[in-house]
Unconditional design. Structure first.
Length: 372
């Protein structure tokens, strides 16, 4: 297949390329797709996925699939073959995510959701490299992308999790007053007052033309100042991960999709926050704080400042990217977003058998847990 020029046609074609061979010529179409996506999917945009593929050791045999309708790119998804399905040793196709990717939604053009899934599944049905079934992690329940997949083929939800979500018409101050208990607000006020005794407190935001390298370095320094640094698990401790992080943030900044906050005391950064801005939504991607100031709860204080996203034009919500039942962010944000994993059968007798066996085992395991 051609990787660059596609004929003008309503027919959807799918290019399948190894992770190492994603064409640079796709870049303009990829960026255009991101601006017209059915759902915000920052972790599938080129500025995030390219450094992920280059630096974070994706699985061998992984492939990026790009669906084109004539010359128009209508969707991209990164897929790899997994050896285990939960505890079951069954090879299958799965969307590729890494430790620093918090959503598995593919990037799909608005209005082309059904056409994308039809073409993708037809490609997988015919592919020798695609065993058993398709398993998708990190999908948004209730969104148009998953709804379209359900319209095209049987789609079983096999896991659900809720995480903190910020979505309100209230102003930041009104939201703070309405959703944070009076006792907690009093405690936060006390912490803010104590911090001001240490020195002048300010919250800064990275400017559109700001020094992204300096801000990224500062974030890495703050993160490494605590337990992650002591345990050698901070972003900067692994050179490949540090390169990925620097490149992803620089790429997001270059296309106007990065927001960084810095809480300082007497000019010293004590907490930093990385937000990804993907209108109409946004993602609270990474947070770090200086443990020397832990008694002032700097992570909470910077998330209070982050409520100002409610006033940002064109942004309706923010995904916390947090684990389920995260105590800190759940105490500040009242809304929840449901993230699911789904399993989709592929055509063929062996594939159908593998799907049915795995689903039967899952259902039996769930029944036993429910009876316990």
């Amino acid at each position: 297949m051609s990787y660059v020029v596609h004929p003008s046609s309503d027919t959807v074609t799918v290019d399948v390329v190894p992770f190492a061979d994603v064409p640079a010529a796709w870049e303009p179409a990829w960026r255009d797709l991101a601006q017209r996506a059915a759902e915000p999917a920052p972790f599938a945009e080129s500025w995030f996925l390219r450094p992920s593929l280059e630096h974070l050791a994706p699985p061998s045999g992984g492939r990026l699939l790009a669906a084109w309708q004539g010359p128009t790119l209508i969707g991209v998804i990164a897929l790899a073959t997994a050896r285990r399905y939960g505890r079951i040793p069954t090879r299958h196709v799965q969307n590729w995510q890494h430790y620093h990717s918090f959503l598995g939604t593919p990037l799909i053009r608005s209005g082309a959701e059904r056409a994308f899934w039809e073409a993708l599944l037809a490609e997988l049905d015919d592919a020798d490299w695609a065993p058993s079934f398709l398993h998708l992690c990190g999908m948004v329940e209730g969104g148009p992308v998953l709804a379209a997949l359900r319209d095209v083929r049987r789609t079983d939800i096999v896991h659900r999790a809720e995480r903190a979500f910020l979505h309100s018409d209230l102003s930041p101050d009104a939201y703070y007053q309405a959703n944070i208990r009076k006792k907690k607000r009093k405690e936060i006020g006390r912490l803010q007052a104590r911090l001001r005794e240490v020195g002048p407190v300010s919250c800064e935001r990275l400017a559109d033309d700001g020094a992204i390298a300096d801000w990224t370095n500062a974030f890495l320094e703050v993160e490494a100042s605590g337990w992650k640094g002591r345990g050698r698990t901070a972003l900067r401790d692994d050179p490949a991960t540090a390169r990925f992080f620097r490149e992803a943030l620089a790429g997001a900044h270059a296309v106007g999709k990065l927001e960084m906050l810095r809480l300082t005391v007497d000019g010293r950064a004590i907490a930093m926050l990385v937000n990804l801005i993907t209108a109409p939504g946004s993602f609270s991607y990474k947070i770090a704080y200086d443990e020397a100031f832990a008694r002032y709860s700097p992570g909470v204080l910077i998330q209070i400042e982050n409520l100002n996203i409610l006033d940002r034009p064109g942004i309706d919500w923010m995904d916390s990217c947090a684990v389920e039942d995260h105590a800190m962010i759940n105490s500040i944000w009242a809304e929840r977003r449901e993230i699911v994993r789904v399993t989709v059968p592929l055509r063929g007798k062996r594939r159908t058998l593998a799907f049915n066996v795995c689903r039967a085992l899952e259902n039996a395991s769930a029944a036993l847990r429910g009876a316990a």
